[in-house]
Design a protein around this ligand. Structure first.
Ligand code: GDP
Ligand code: MG
Length: 438
């Protein structure tokens, strides 16, 4: 899937540490392939990759301590931007009763289903909607809407079932009589863009003057989506998109193309056939979903907040002088500042599973235990943990109220972290000397 492809691209970057222009180029090639395979429009892909690359090619990114993370953040930001940046709600007129929302789209795109789901959502928000069955071409269309309306307790106006414009008009009058405040107009669609269908939609539009026209787009539409939405935009025009069938095995390309191609926001996504499966569309969440991330953004934000000057200084000192128990203590406390291990791990993809495997061991209380042991060490022991022999271990255990095993475990943990620091130091030195060589 798109998420898998992007993730393996990012994993390769993460494994590299420092990044060169070639690394970025390779990653961008893979991102381009992944998006094209997900059926994102090629023009959209081209623009997207070019912008990502430009943002990644700065010294700020390449020379940073965490270049791969910065690349991921840039791709996430650009993806969010592509999807519309902020959410876009249904805009209703304050001074008109009833408001009219009209749905258009190809046959089978999910209009009738979306009409009833939107009615359900609005009803839950305290509105009193009415459904107008303006698909007069398929005999079963009105029945389908009536069934769906019945399930959610929303009235359905069928009129004479012959003239779509007349049904729309009649629906508005019926809404006035029933004191309904929103009419949702379900219209007919064809399998292909078709002149008669377009004209009928335009006729309805001209007569009922909808406050919002939403185009329902099947998420499984591939490259063709560009032609379809462009035709509708040119002929009927619409204010936003309902992306349907996002629960299926859609490759997600449609959602990524539609905003860029039409300039119209996705307002809702439909994720199933149940009445409550229509959701307000959040570009940032969708972008994260595509990247297969948990709330990575939350982590980045917290990390940024925590990364003050003091932090940078201590990182530099660690690289210079080695990793002490005081550093370990500081890191632990940093983690707690970031909202606790549990919360942090929970936000990572697969984090819930990791927590379960750890048997709930990884929490604040572990940090507190480690703290108590480090506080029981002398200054010298903290700076040179290798000197902590058996006798000292016993003393530290007694002082902190912990067992000797726990002290051993802590020293082992320090040993591993120290080894890692050594490797990083080596990498930093190599990086510095290769920079000089350039
Ligand atoms: P219309 O011709 O545009 O009115 O499309 P319909 O609303 O009749 O939907 C066509 C088919 O798609 C029906 O079988 C619906 O049950 C199905 N469908 C619509 N929306 C969704 C969705 O979000 N998820 C899934 N899985 N199926 C949907
Ligand atoms: Mg229909």
């Amino acid at each position: 899937s798109l998420s898998d492809r992007l993730n393996s691209t990012f994993d390769k970057l993460r494994g590299k540490g420092r990044l060169t222009e070639d690394d970025i180029n390779a990653a961008m090639r893979e991102i381009r392939m992944a998006l094209l395979e997900a059926d994102v429009n090629y023009r959209v892909v081209k623009g997207f990759v070019a912008e990502c690359k430009e943002k990644c090619m700065t010294a700020e990114v390449l020379d940073s301590l965490t270049p791969a993370q910065n690349v991921v953040r840039i791709v996430l930001d650009q993806l969010t931007k592509l999807l519309g940046t902020t959410e876009s709600r249904l805009t209703l007129a304050q001074n008109r009763t009833p408001n009219v929302v009209m749905l258009v789209g190809l046959q089978g795109s999910g209009k009738t289903t979306a009409a009833s789901k939107l009615a359900y959502l609005l009803k839950k928000q305290g509105h009193s909607p009415l459904l107008a069955a303006c698909d007069v071409h398929r005999p079963a269309a009105a029945d389908q809407l009536e069934t769906l309306g019945g399930e959610i307790g929303v009235p359905v106006f069928r009129g004479d079932g012959k003239d779509a414009v007349a049904v729309a008009k009649g629906g508005i009058q019926d809404a006035v009589d029933r004191l309904c405040d929103i009419v949702i107009v379900d219209t007919a669609g064809r399998l292909q863009v078709d002149e008669e269908m377009m004209q009928e939609a335009v006729d309805i539009k001209n007569v009922v003057k909808p406050d919002q026209i939403l185009m329902v787009v099947d998420a499984m539409t591939g490259q063709d989506i560009v032609n379809v939405v462009t035709e509708f935009a040119n002929r009927v025009d619409f204010d936003g998109v309902i992306m349907s069938k996002l629960d299926g095995d859609a490759r997600g390309g449609g959602a990524l193309s539609v905003r860029e191609v039409t300039g119209k926001p996705i307002k809702y996504v439909s994720m199933g056939e149940k009445p409550d499966s229509l959701e307000v569309f959040h570009p940032d969440r969708m972008a994260k979903r595509i990247l297969g991330m948990g709330d990575v953004y939350g982590i980045i934000e917290q990390a940024q907040q925590a990364a003050d000057q003091q932090n940078i200084e201590s990182a530099e000192r660690m690289l210079r002088e080695g990793f002490t128990m005081d550093d370990m203590l500081e890191q632990m406390q940093q983690v707690r500042k970031m909202g606790g291990l549990k919360k942090m791990i929970g936000m990572l993809p697969g984090g819930d599973r990791m927590l379960a495997q750890a048997g709930g061991n990884m929490d604040d209380s572990q940090i507190t235990r480690i703290e108590s042991m480090i506080y029981s060490m002398t200054k010298e022991e903290r700076l040179k943990p290798k000197k902590i022999n058996g006798q000292r271990r016993k003393r530290i255990a007694r002082g902190s109220g912990r067992s000797v095993q726990e002290v051993n475990q802590l020293l082992k943990q320090w040993g591993e972290m120290n080894k890692m620091m050594g490797k990083m130091r080596q990498m930093a030195n190599e990086g510095a000397s290769s920079k000089k060589a350039r």
